[in-house]
Ligand binder design. Structure first.
Ligand SMILES: Cc1cc2nc3c(=O)[nH]c(=O)nc-3n(C[C@H](O)[C@H](O)[C@H](O)COP(=O)(O)OP(=O)(O)OC[C@H]3O[C@@H](n4cnc5c(N)ncnc54)[C@H](O)[C@@H]3O)c2cc1C
Length: 375
């Protein structure tokens, strides 16, 4: 087993209780309404969950990356939309806290960790998701700052965020640029309908002659790709953790059902076909657990983001895969009830499917992994 500290075990128990008391009763209704639960953001903040791996001087709880993985897994076991929101929020906070100026850190991070402000990170464009280097969005430097033009799609929290970190071409290279909501020329487009993660706002953003000051760049001008890649490397395992949490939630539902559903005078758990499904689910979950926990544990032990590139992409692909695969098996075990909303599995499967492209597709994860193997 993974060697968790007492603090990490306590965190797991606390988040599990929070998820069961605060999220489980609301999950179906929240999903049906498809509303972004802004009040829950405050609750996550009051539990210290918004800044688990951020240093204390910036308002974080400095519990480390593995602790963050555990919290996200436990939230996802019950309501993946909230886990996804938390995962995506860690990206901009990581980028600013590691690459931003002292002024940017003080200005932007504490309000996000207190749940007062929401930040999004906008890289994907209609003309190139995986081909991120083919950016059409451009920020042109003028005397009094940058003028940004372009469009972004699939931006988590785009419709509700107070600030957006944008990846844009600045000359030959790209930069990450902070744009505040309400800046003239920055418009929020349509909310993009999604099959799962129904409470998560995923929106299009447009920038038309949008002017921002020169000091809006995060890090140095031209360092957008290295910073974005480092940020994605650190954030991706959490997508795996959401898949793992979904798989565990689905497994527990299926196990309970298999013990209670009686056919031929005995629980269906006594049928070998059902036992084979349960055995496969158990193996898949435990195998994914190692891959998902590993990058966070390595970072906590002093590894650099560079050291975990392979482990990070592997964790994302494995966790997202197990979320779909185990939930499908759970649906099989429940028969007709498997696809009934009240048993939550259809919702969990739809949520798991959203993880397949998020933060890079499964194919892109394998390309990154293979690139590291072949070095
Ligand atoms: C729920 C959700 C939330 C998201 N949130 C954000 C966000 O907050 N910010 C953000 O910037 N983006 C976000 N995204 C976008 C996400 O990062 C992209 O969807 C993803 O990178 C894939 O890009 P694409 O959708 O354009 O697919 P494409 O790049 O068009 O890929 C299409 C297919 O081609 C394959 N493919 C592409 N290149 C290769 C290759 N070289 N070799 C083999 N196969 C390849 C892909 O694997 C895929 O199967 C989000 C997406 C989702 C679903």
């Amino acid at each position: 087993m993974f060697d968790f500290t007492k603090e990490q075990e306590m965190l797991r128990t606390m988040v599990r209780e929070f998820a069961e008391t605060e999220l489980a009763p609301k999950a179906l209704e929240l999903d049906k309404r498809g509303e972004f639960p802004r009040d829950l953001v405050k609750k996550l903040a009051s539990l210290g969950l918004l800044g688990i791996s951020t240093t204390r001087d910036l308002g974080g709880s400095a519990m480390g990356h593995l602790a963050g993985t555990i919290a996200i897994e436990e939230l996802a076991r019950v309501y993946p939309s909230v886990a996804f929101f938390l995962e995506v929020g860690t990206g901009p906070v990581y980028a600013i806290s590691h690459f931003g100026s002292e002024e940017q850190k003080k200005k932007y991070i504490p309000p996000v960790l207190k749940g007062e402000k929401i930040m999004c990170i906008a890289a994907t464009e209609p003309t190139g998701g995986s081909e991120l280097t083919n950016l059409a969005t451009e920020a042109v430097l003028s005397e009094d700052g940058y003028v940004i033009n372009g469009r972004k799609v699939y931006i988590t929290g785009g419709g509700v965020a107070d600030q957006c970190i944008l990846l844009a071409k600045t000359g030959e290279r790209a930069s990450l640029i902070m744009v505040e909501r309400g800046t003239p020329g920055f418009t929020i487009g349509r909310r993009q309908d999604q099959m799962g993660l129904r409470s998560v706002d995923v929106s299009e953003l447009a920038f038309n002659d949008c002017k921002v000051s020169k000091d809006s760049v995060i890090g140095k001008e031209g360092s957008g790709f290295p910073i974005a890649m480092t940020t994605f490397t650190v954030a991706r395992p959490a997508i795996g953790a959401i898949g793992l949490g979904i798989a565990r939630g689905a497994f527990e539902i299926a196990l309970k059902y298999a013990k209670e559903r009686v056919l031929y005078g005995k629980p269906i758990a006594r049928l070998q076909a059902i036992q084979f499904l349960l055995a496969d689910m158990d193996s898949e979950i435990d195998a994914a657990r190692w891959l998902v926990y590993y990058p966070g544990a390595a970072l906590d032990k002093g590894a650099s983001p560079r050291d975990i590139i392979k482990a990070s992409s592997r964790a994302k692909a494995a966790g997202a895969g197990v979320g779909v695969s185990v939930t499908l098996k759970a649906i099989e075990i429940l028969g007709g009830n498997g696809v009934s909303p009240e048993y939550h599995l259809a919702r969990l499967l739809n949520d798991a499917m959203e993880l397949i492209p998020a933060t890079g597709t499964q194919q892109i994860m394998k390309i990154i992994q293979a690139g590291e193997i072949l070095k």
